[in-house]
Write a protein that binds this ligand. Structure first.
Ligand code: ADP
Length: 168
């Protein structure tokens, strides 16, 4: 399919989705005609939530964003882009440490598919240090940093931690 610069995708693990992700999705919804939020369904990575659970949480969180569609994908980002006519990959950048990594992925994707453009949106400063792995770590010890998670994610996370503790 021809790639369209009005159609964007925001790929990630979203394990779980945070307010930092939602901020980037909301801003992308305002910038593009269509935004695919693409949940990595990567069986080799150990996730706390299944891809279907992450899609379900994200769908509830983007219900008021008309241009956004949430899907899961187990392949290369550029193959999703080709299949859906996506012309732009959106990535959020936080602390400076993100930059080297993001630059590397962008360059890899550019070599695989030169027609695709990568757009970096700077994080909202409130979420400068927010990452899903930190959220999980804190949750595992029974706590939460205020203002970082949507209510439904916070609930799902507490539930999952208690299930994990019961299995121990
Ligand atoms: P994480 O690093 O939080 O596990 P993901 O793999 O789910 O993130 O990341 C998907 C995209 O979301 C990436 O472009 C990442 O930079 C972006 N992102 C993650 N957290 C934030 C945040 N707090 N602010 C802005 N962008 C973010």
């Amino acid at each position: 399919m021809d790639m369209n610069s009005r159609i964007a995708m925001f790929p990630g693990s979203f394990d779980p989705p945070t307010n930092g992700h939602i901020d980037i999705i909301r801003r992308s919804n305002a910038l593009y005609d269509k935004v695919y939020v693409v949940v990595a369904d990567n069986s080799s990575k150990k996730a706390m939530f299944t891809a279907a659970e992450r899609v379900g949480l994200l769908e509830a969180l983007v219900a008021d964003m008309p241009n956004v569609e949430v899907l899961s994908w187990g392949g290369l980002t550029v193959d999703f882009a080709r299949k859906h006519g996506v012309g732009v990959i959106v990535r959020g950048v936080r602390a400076l440490t993100d930059f080297a990594y993001e630059f590397e992925i962008a360059e890899t994707n550019r070599q695989l598919c030169p027609e695709i453009e990568v757009v970096f949106l700077p994080t909202n400063p409130k979420y400068f240090l927010l990452r899903s792995s930190m959220v999980k770590e804190v949750a595992f010890y029974g706590d939460e940093i205020k203002g970082m998670l949507p209510e439904i994610v916070s609930k799902a996370l507490k539930q999952r931690v208690s299930e994990m503790r019961n299995q121990e």
